[in-house]
Write a protein of this length. Structure first.
Length: 343
């Protein structure tokens, strides 16, 4: 089974994508090639679904063992960056890719700084370098363009209070409300990898979609890449659930000037105008602390870090004690100001 490797024309070393220059770079002699000018061999190859899939490293000849979802990796024997071309062709070919903009060393340093900012994390977690592993992964996403037809009916009230003579009156007016809206969303991302934690991937947003480029295999050189586990149609229910709170928030914003509003009947019909298969850059960290392993993710373009660090019981107790102390002091000050006492 063909494997794509990029060899340096000058020295023969394996070339890798350089996130700083945005070019295919040779770590040995420093040669850099513009990816847009490199013919992509993937577009010249066609594969049958029933082909026997065994991959061999072109540098050392070793058999490349990967998970079925992996489409780019490194040879475990010689470290060569390889792209498994059949897993990126035909219906498995991404339309676009956002390349990495943060190098491995930059990601490590940014992650260490992020760890040190934890107000309630243990000191040992913040001070020690406990990074067990860091992996650059191109995660498969579907980007959806959605058209939503919204129709809603509900009830609203307006309240007016006034005084007449010795009496105070409150009048409540009731209104029937009706809204019919068209709401469009573009490039709504949903990760399509079974391996990835959906909540973690959602929290990495937003990705800078102005950085999207036409997919070319050199962008993957030196990184891990996954192919999608679920089709765009299979993930359509999830993207509908994702945009629903935003639609409801927009619907509520169209009704103003009332004391209360409640929708009694709401209908949202969603059509998928298009969905594109793209690869987005993510740095994955595994971090050892107190005999447990923690997983964090970093947006490979923006540097945003997400994950759940451990909490220090001592710091949490001190924090809650501080909040309670401030509340108690505020109550005492208010009581004294009103001429009373507080026990």
């Amino acid at each position: 089974m063909p494997v794509i490797e990029y060899k340096c024309p000058n020295c023969g070393s394996g070339m890798r994508f350089d996130s700083v220059s945005g070019k295919l770079s040779c770590p040995s002699c420093g040669r850099q090639d513009n990816i847009e000018q490199i013919p992509d061999p993937l577009k010249q190859q066609v594969y049958a679904d029933n082909e026997v899939k065994e991959y061999h490293c072109e540098s050392c000849g070793a058999v490349i063992v990967t998970d079925p979802e992996t489409s780019a990796t490194n040879c475990s024997f010689c470290g060569a960056a390889v792209v498994l071309s059949d897993r990126l062709s035909g219906r498995l070919a991404p339309v676009q890719v956002i390349p990495f903009a943060i190098s491995k060393e930059e990601a490590k340093e940014a992650f260490r700084k992020w760890c040190k900012r934890g107000l309630l994390t243990p000191r040992a977690f913040m001070a020690a370098n406990r990074i067990k592993g860091i992996t650059g992964i191109y995660v498969p996403f579907w980007l959806y363009d959605l058209h939503n037809r919204v129709e809603a009916q509900g009830h609203a009230t307006k309240v007016r209070s006034y005084t007449r003579g010795d009496y105070r009156y409150t009048e409540t007016d009731h209104f029937a409300i009706y809204r019919k809206l068209n709401v469009d969303y573009v490039r709504v991302p949903i990760d399509a990898s079974e391996k990835m934690n959906d909540k973690l991937m959602d929290r990495l947003e937003p990705f800078p979609y102005d950085k999207l480029k036409e997919f070319r295999t050199p962008y993957l050189a030196g990184y891990i890449a996954e192919k999608y586990s679920y089709t765009g149609e299979q993930l359509l229910p999830r993207v509908k659930d994702k945009v629903r709170p935003y639609i409801e928030s927009f619907l509520s914003s169209t009704v103003s000037g009332y004391a209360s509003v409640s929708f009694t009947d709401k209908r949202i019909d969603t059509d998928m105008n298009r969905n594109d298969y793209v690869l987005l850059p993510v740095w994955m960290f595994t971090y050892d602390f107190n005999r447990s392993e923690y997983t964090f993710a970093m947006n490979g373009q923006t540097g945003k870090v997400v994950g759940k660090p451990p909490l220090s019981k001592g710091k949490m107790a001190a924090w809650f004690a501080g909040i309670a102390g401030v509340s108690l002091l505020s109550l005492k000050i208010a009581s004294w100001a009103m001429g009373g006492g507080f026990l």
